[in-house]
Every structure is written in structure tokens, then in C-alpha cells.
Design a protein around this ligand. Structure first.
Ligand code: OTU
Length: 648
């Protein structure tokens, strides 16, 4: 830290002159204040990452100058946004913030087409729009856009960079922030960096890793679990011509056409920082840091959640604060609960990192509770999690575009008397519809023949029992399915943080089978829960007599009620009380400005109750079945019901 301070001291006089020349005196004052605030947060992780191969002071100074150039190139409207965010920097923690996630083509055809859907987003209270990967992918299979061939161009099927910029502006006028993916761990094999590296271009030396024989790949693979065991086992792929000789084993954690960047190379860091600045300069406000856990590799480990992954994120984050203070980071780290909070900066060093991270533990626990009709595991696991730091927020969600991996810790399972592996096996059987009496119609994803592990695909509606009930024409089962879907969203919207609504879930869209006819997608059943917008279902959204109308109306209501509850500001800690009835998950929040909040859901098909003391003095502000009834010292919850209560 002392050395970082000394390096900053040496840098400042010259940097001040450069900043005044580039930005003018007024803007320069802000830039220099940000540099002073964030310099050490960049220097220290850069030193940890690259101290052995580069002078950390020199490297940091170079990158701060890149931040200055990015600040100088920032359009006026974004500079105004920067000023605004210096005032309302907690916008992403605000209970008015609701998120929506969609594939541009499946939602609206093109980036320009998104304009026609803005009223739909406003109806749902959306203030944050994540458009799934939209940068130019490789031709052919592209992993849903996660195999990027050019970070500086938009997929021509969706539009252009100028379209992206003007969409970001249109969203901003509506108070909506645009979130875009940044794939950090790998590029497509066709990306210019990969082509340059393969051709021996010195500018890309060290960008990727190749080994001439199996010795090192075997050593690494001994402890690295497979991400895609059924079609892409192992973490290396043979590439002719790689490594300067006949060929080499190139690091490919995911599909063989996705080559892992080598983050031990400082030029990779500089190049990716340039990408961050490009997207920020177009008006992207939230960067979703894809596959964040995989950035640091250490022999003998699972090569996830290593200290280097955090160093990379922290250094990128600090430099982005200097260049474009309106921009926030969201970590995509779908990992075990104990590893998760680290991406929000709650690790041993407590350095700022991402402002947002996916709460996959809450997501997994919702599905586990619905399957078992028992909330004890959820209550236990959620209660013992390290709280999110008060300046950060969870992105809470019921369903995302990926498979569901059962992040149930063996310790948590044991605490409620269950066996971790058997419970995970049960969840796969249940959601694949193989367990007797299951209401779910999902499918196994990436079943591993060696370990028996698998994950689950399927739309939220299908996993809740709606598809099954529709197929059987069973109105009671349909009602139960709709209740499950809404109950899960009642938790996600009431937990605090940004609730993310996945396109189609507001209309309870069923599993999509269309992908099977497309050779580029047929082998990846995650496409069953990435449907195109169903225009007929969309047209029914205002009709409360339809399933679509019921779900849409309820979710719009959740957003409207939530917006008025200061206790749902993400800075307030969430607590999970111990309740007598195993069918009930409860959570409480207290905000100094907005008093107490209690959320309750009954995940079972029978009536349940909790001690009325928990809700004494609170009003029901939202509920599935009218105000919560208290009687005989108990508060009563009908089957598959939800309720939010708050201090009047
Ligand atoms: C992410 O997911 C994306 O969400 C996926 O759609 C991509 O296929 C993948 O990266 C590759 O770019 O392992 O099964 O902890 O869960 O990065 C999906 C993070 C994944 C991983 C996540 C990854």
C-alpha cells in the first residue's frame, strides 16, 4: 500500500497537466479525484498479478492514462450520467430497480426492434435491461453468443454499434440502464487476437496457452471438473499450428472453439480494459462479467475462484471507476455459496470488486423447496451466508438462460438431516420429471457418465408444473403451477437487490422445442428455456382470465409494490428467522428509513402457519390470498401462498 501511494505521488503532477489538457480544468478535477480514490485499488491487484513480469507502477500509470483517454472520449450525455451517478450511485440498490433479460432477436428481432417493446418493459417496472450476448460471434455454433469474434462490433444480424449506442440513449431517457455481457475468460478461436497469436504475431504473444504434449494438460485436468462433460470433456483442445510447432493443446475450458485467454499476460488485461472502455463509451452501464470464476488458474486446484480471478476483477473495476464512474460490474459466478460473496468484495482483503452478483444460492434453494415442499434447507443455507457488503446488491432470479446446477452444500444438507449427493440426485430426477408424482417437465443437461452428476434445463413454467398441467388439462394443477411460479418471484422481488425477470417468464412461456431443428443448437438443450417471444401469448397479457394475464399482472404488481418499500433497498441486511413450520420460508429486512419488512411463502400444498409475533404491527402490502389472517397466536398461510408485510 505504501508503494502504491508513492507511485501515485510520482504520477500525479504530470497526470494533472495531461488531464487538464484533455478534459479542461473542471472535468480534470473530477478525474484526478477519482484517480486518487481508486489508484491503489488498481495498483495492488495489478502488482499481485503482474509484479513478476512488469513494473506495477509503470503498468498502472499506463492504464490510468488509457482511462484518461476513455474519459476524454466520453460523450457529453455520458458525462452527465457520470455526474448523476455520483449523486444516486445506489441506483442499483434502489427498490425501484427491476431487471429484465432477453435475447435481442428472440425478444424484438433487432436492436432497433427493442424500441417497440419499451412500453412492455415500463409496464413491468423495468429499470435495467440485460440484452444477452450481442457482440459479433463466430460463424456456426457460438454458444448463444458467448464465442465472440469481435468485441468492437455488434452481431450484424442484430444491428450495429451505432444502433447499440442509440438504444442505450433511448433507454436512458426512460430511466433504464443497459447491461451487456463481457466474455472475459475466452474469445472465439476466430477472434483477431487468437488469429494473431496463432500466426506468431508478437502483439499477441502470450494471449493464450498451448502445450506441445499431454504432460501439462493431464496435470491440470487431474483436478479441473468438466463444464460440459458430455460434448466437451477436458479443458484442452488440440489445435494444429498452435504453440509455434506442429500444434499444441490449447486451453479451452468450455467448447473447443472458445479459447481461454491467458490472464497472466498483462497485455490481455490491457486489451480487455480497452473493450470495457469501448462498451462504456457506447452507453453500456452494467457489464456482466461472464465466467468470472475461471480467470485465475492454479495447478492442483479446480481453477475456479482463485485469488487471481478476484485480482483481475478488482483492477478492471478500479480503472473503470476512474474512466467511467457510471459503469457498474456484475459478476457471473455461479458457484458454491461460500465462494459467491467474494465477487461482491467480501473476501479476505475486502477490496471493492463487482457491485452486483447473481444470487444462485437463492435460485437453487427456491427450486429445492418447491420440489420437497419443505423450506428448511433453504432457510438454513440462506441464513448462514455471509451478507453482501452494504454498497453492493444481489441480482436475484428464478430462472436464467443457463442450466440449473445444484449448488447445495453437503454441510447445509447434513444440517437438516439430508445427504447432499442424494438430494442433488433427487432434484435432477424431480425436475427431469422422472421422480414419481413430479410436476416438472425439465430435462437433464450435461449428464456426466463418470460421476452421475447432471444439471437441469427447462423453462420456469415447465419446472413449476404449468406445462404438465396444460398437457393434462388439469385446472387445479394449472393453478398450483401458476402459484409456484409467482411464489418464486415473490421471493426474488422481495429479497432486496435487483430482481431479474427472464423474457417469457412474465407470460409463463412453455419449453421451446424449436431448437431441435437447428443443427447449430440441437445438441444444447439449454435452448428449451430460451424461447422466441410468443406473440399470441404476449397479446393475452392484459387479460386476467388467462394464465399470461394472471402472471403478467401479478409481476407488474410486485414491481409497483416493491418500489414503495424502502426496506427493500439492498443496503439493508436480510435475515432468515427460524420458523416452526417446515413449509414456510420467511425473511426479514429493516432499513433505517423504512422500518421493518417480512416476507413469507408457504411452499407446500397444505395450509401452514407461523408465530403471529413475527408479523405483529405489520400490514400486509402484497399477498396471494388477501391480508394475512392471524388467529390463536398464529399467522396463517394458505397452500402455495406468499405475503409481504411491512411497517405502516
Ligand atoms: C457462462 O456460464 C454463460 O452463462 C453460458 O451461457 C456460457 O455457455 C458459458 O459461460 C461460457 O461462456 O459454466 O454452464 O460460474 O457457471 O460461467 C454455464 C460461472 C457455465 C459458470 C458460467 C458458465
Amino acid at each position: 500500500r505504501r508503494r502504491a501511494r508513492a507511485a501515485l505521488h510520482d504520477l500525479l503532477p504530470q497526470l494533472s497537466r495531461e488531464a487538464v489538457a484533455a478534459l479542461g480544468a473542471v472535468e480534470a478535477a473530477g478525474f484526478l479525484a477519482r484517480t486518487e480514490r481508486w489508484y491503489a485499488d488498481a495498483h495492488l491487484p495489478l502488482d499481485a498479478l503482474y509484479g513478476a513480469v512488469a513494473d506495477p507502477g509503470g503498468l498502472t500509470a499506463r492504464l490510468v492514462r488509457a482511462a484518461l483517454a476513455a474519459a476524454a472520449a466520453r460523450p457529453q450525455a455520458l458525462r452527465e450520467l457520470d455526474r448523476r451517478r455520483e449523486v444516486d450511485g445506489d441506483w442499483f440498490q434502489d427498490p425501484r430497480t427491476v431487471g429484465y433479460v432477453a435475447y435481442t432477436d428472440r425478444f424484438a428481432g433487432t436492436l432497433r426492434g427493442i424500441r417497440t417493446r419499451l412500453d412492455h418493459l415500463s409496464d413491468l417496472g423495468v429499470r435495467y435491461l440485460h440484452l444477452m450476448p450481442l457482440l459479433k460471434p463466430r460463424d456456426g455454433e457460438n454458444d448463444g453468443g458467448y464465442a465472440v469474434a469481435d468485441y468492437t462490433a455488434v452481431d450484424p444480424r442484430l444491428g450495429t454499434m451505432d444502433d447499440l449506442e442509440s438504444l442505450a440513449g433511448a433507454l436512458r431517457e426512460r430511466g433504464m440502464s443497459l447491461c451487456v455481457d463481457l466474455v472475459l475468460n475466452h474469445t472465439a478461436a476466430e477472434h483477431p487476437w487468437a488469429r494473431g497469436w496463432l500466426a506468431g504475431d508478437p502483439r499477441y504473444a502470450g494471449f493464450y496457452t498451448a502445450y506441445p504434449d499431454r504432460e501439462m494438460p493431464d496435470a491440470w485436468e487431474a483436478t479441473i471438473p468438466d463444464v460440459f462433460p458430455d460434448r466437451a470433456p477436458g479443458s484442452f483442445s488440440w489445435v494444429p499450428g498452435a504453440g509455434g510447432g506442429d500444434g499444441g493443446w490449447v486451453w479451452t475450458t468450455f467448447w473447443d472453439y472458445q479459447w481461454d485467454l491467458d490472464w497472466t499476460c498483462p497485455e490481455v488485461f490491457a486489451a480487455m480494459l480497452g473493450t470495457v472502455f469501448t462498451l462504456a463509451g457506447r452507453g453500456v452501464e452494467v457489464l456482466r462479467m461472464d465466467a468470472a470464476p475461471f480467470l485465475g488458474k492454479r495447478l492442483g486446484t479446480n481453477c475456479q475462484n482463485q485469488p487471481e480471478a478476484h485480482d483481475v476483477l478488482q483492477a478492471l473495476h478500479a480503472l473503470t471507476r476512474i474512466a467511467a464512474p457510471a459503469v457498474v460490474f456484475k459478476a457471473e459466478a455461479i458457484v458454491a455459496p461460500d465462494d459467491l460473496v467474494g465477487y461482491l468484495g467480501a473476501h479476505d482483503r475486502y477490496r471493492p470488486e463487482c457491485e452486483l452478483a447473481y444470487h444462485n444460492q437463492l435460485m437453487v434453494m427456491l427450486w429445492s423447496s418447491l420440489a420437497t415442499r419443505d423450506a428448511r434447507l433453504a432457510a438454513h443455507a440462506l441464513r448462514r451466508m455471509t451478507p453482501a457488503p452494504p454498497t453492493t446488491a444481489w441480482a436475484t432470479y428464478v430462472r436464467c438462460h443457463d442450466d440449473i446446477g445444484w449448488a447445495v452444500s453437503d454441510v447445509d444438507a447434513a444440517a437438516v438431516g439430508w445427504d447432499g449427493p442424494s438430494h442433488r440426485r433427487f432434484l435432477n430426477d424431480f425436475f427431469a420429471g422422472r421422480f414419481p408424482g413430479s410436476f416438472a417437465r425439465g430435462a437433464l443437461f450435461q449428464e456426466d457418465p463418470d460421476t452421475g452428476d447432471a444439471r437441469i434445463s427447462g423453462s420456469a413454467a415447465a419446472l413449476c408444473g404449468i406445462d404438465d398441467a396444460r398437457a393434462r388439462h388439469d385446472p387445479a394443477a394449472l393453478d398450483a403451477g401458476v402459484r409456484r411460479l409467482l411464489l418464486a418471484h415473490a421471493v426474488v422481488y422481495g429479497w432486496g437487490g435487483i430482481p431479474l425477470l427472464y423474457m417469457g417468464d412474465e407470460l409463463a412461456l412453455a419449453n421451446d422445442t424449436g431448437y431441435r431443428a437447428d443443427p447449430e443448437r440441437a445438441a444444447d438443450n439449454r435452448w428449451m428455456h430460451r424461447p422466441p417471444m410468443d406473440e399470441a401469448a404476449f397479446a393475452r397479457r392484459y387479460d386476467p382470465e388467462t394464465v399470461e394475464g394472471r402472471v403478467f399482472g401479478a409481476l407488474a404488481g410486485f414491481a409497483a409494490v416493491r418500489a414503495e418499500l424502502p426496506a427493500l433497498h439492498a443496503s439493508a441486511p436480510v435475515e432468515v428467522p427460524a420458523l416452526d413450520d417446515p413449509a414456510v420460508l420467511g425473511w426479514t429486512r429493516r432499513h433505517p428509513r423504512g422500518g421493518r419488512f417480512v416476507g413469507l411463502v408457504n411452499v407446500s400444498d397444505r395450509p401452514a402457519s407461523v408465530d403471529a409475533a413475527l408479523v405483529t404491527g405489520l400490514d400486509t402490502v402484497l399477498a396471494s390470498d388477501g391480508p394475512v389472517r392471524t388467529e390463536g397466536g398464529q399467522a396463517h398461510l394458505p397452500p402455495l401462498s406468499w405475503a409481504w408485510l411491512a411497517e405502516p
